[in-house]
Design a binder for this molecule. Structure first.
Ligand code: OFO
Length: 231
C-alpha cells in the first residue's frame, strides 16, 4: 500500500469515528432534553427530596387509609384482649387470662400483617391513637359476650374493606384480605362455642372451673399456632 492510500484510509476512519461521536452526542442530547421536559423527572432533578416525586404507590390513597384504620382496629383488638386478660387474672381465672393473652398476641400479628402489606405496597403507615378497652366487665360470660360483639364488628369492617378493594379492582388487596375473612369466621365460631359451653355448664363453681381449664389448654394451642410475623 502506498503512503497516499494509507493516508486516505486513515482519513476515512477518522471521519467515521467523528460521525459516530456526533451521533452519540446527538442521542445523549435528545435524551437529556426529554428528561428535562418530563415533569416527573424534571421535578425529581430539581428537588430530589420532595415527597411529591415519590414513585406512585401500588394501592390508592383511599385504600391505604382504610387499611391504616384497620391496623388501628387490630391494635384495639389486641388492647381489648389484654384488658380482659388482666381482669380475668384478677378474678383468679388463670386459664381465661391465658386465653385472652394468646388472643392479644394473635391480634398484634394481624396488625403487623397489615403494616407489612402497606410498606410492601409503598404506601404510608399512619398510626393513630388506640382507644381504651372496657375497664370493667361483669364476669366471664360478659367478657365473652363482649368478645363476640367485638369480633362481629371487626368482621363487618373486614367485609367492608373487601367490598372496597373489589370496587377499586384492587386485586392485590382483595387477595391479601381473604386471609382475614377466613380468620374472622374461625374467631367468631370459637367464641360462640365458648359462650355455648358457658351457658350449658354455667359460669359459677364447677362449670366455671372446667371452662377455665379448657381455656388454659386452648391458650397453648392458640399460642403454638400463632404465625410469627416478620416485620
Ligand atoms: Fe384480628 O382478628 Fe379478630 O379482631
Amino acid at each position: 500500500m502506498t503512503d497516499l492510500s494509507v493516508q486516505r484510509t486513515d482519513m476515512r476512519m477518522g471521519s467515521l469515528l467523528a460521525l459516530g461521536l456526533l451521533y452519540i452526542a446527538f442521542r445523549l442530547g435528545s435524551a437529556a432534553a426529554r428528561l428535562a421536559t418530563n415533569p416527573y423527572w424534571a421535578g425529581c432533578l430539581a428537588a430530589p427530596n420532595n415527597p411529591a416525586w415519590r414513585l406512585p404507590q401500588m394501592i390508592s390513597d383511599d385504600m391505604a387509609s382504610r387499611i391504616n384504620a384497620q391496623i388501628n382496629r387490630e391494635l384495639f383488638s389486641a388492647y381489648f384482649y389484654l384488658g380482659l386478660s388482666a381482669q380475668a387474672e384478677s378474678s383468679n381465672l388463670k386459664g381465661t387470662a391465658a386465653w385472652f393473652m394468646a388472643k392479644h398476641g394473635e391480634e398484634m400479628t394481624h396488625a403487623l400483617k397489615m403494616y407489612r402489606y402497606l410498606l410492601d405496597q409503598d404506601a404510608i403507615v399512619a398510626l393513630d391513637p388506640v382507644e381504651a378497652p372496657p375497664a370493667k366487665t361483669a364476669g366471664i360470660t360478659d367478657m365473652f359476650e363482649r368478645t363476640l360483639s367485638h369480633e362481629r364488628a371487626v368482621t363487618q369492617a373486614i367485609n367492608d374493606l373487601v367490598d372496597h378493594a373489589a370496587q377499586e379492582k384492587d386485586h392485590a388487596t382483595h387477595i391479601f384480605l381473604q386471609w382475614f375473612v377466613t380468620e374472622q369466621i374461625e374467631e367468631e365460631a370459637t367464641v360462640n362455642d365458648i359462650l355455648g359451653r358457658l351457658r350449658l355448664f354455667g359460669d359459677q363453681g364447677q362449670g366455671l372451673l372446667m371452662i377455665d381449664n379448657e381455656l388454659a389448654g386452648a391458650a397453648k394451642r392458640v399460642a403454638a399456632a400463632a404465625p410469627a410475623t416478620e416485620v
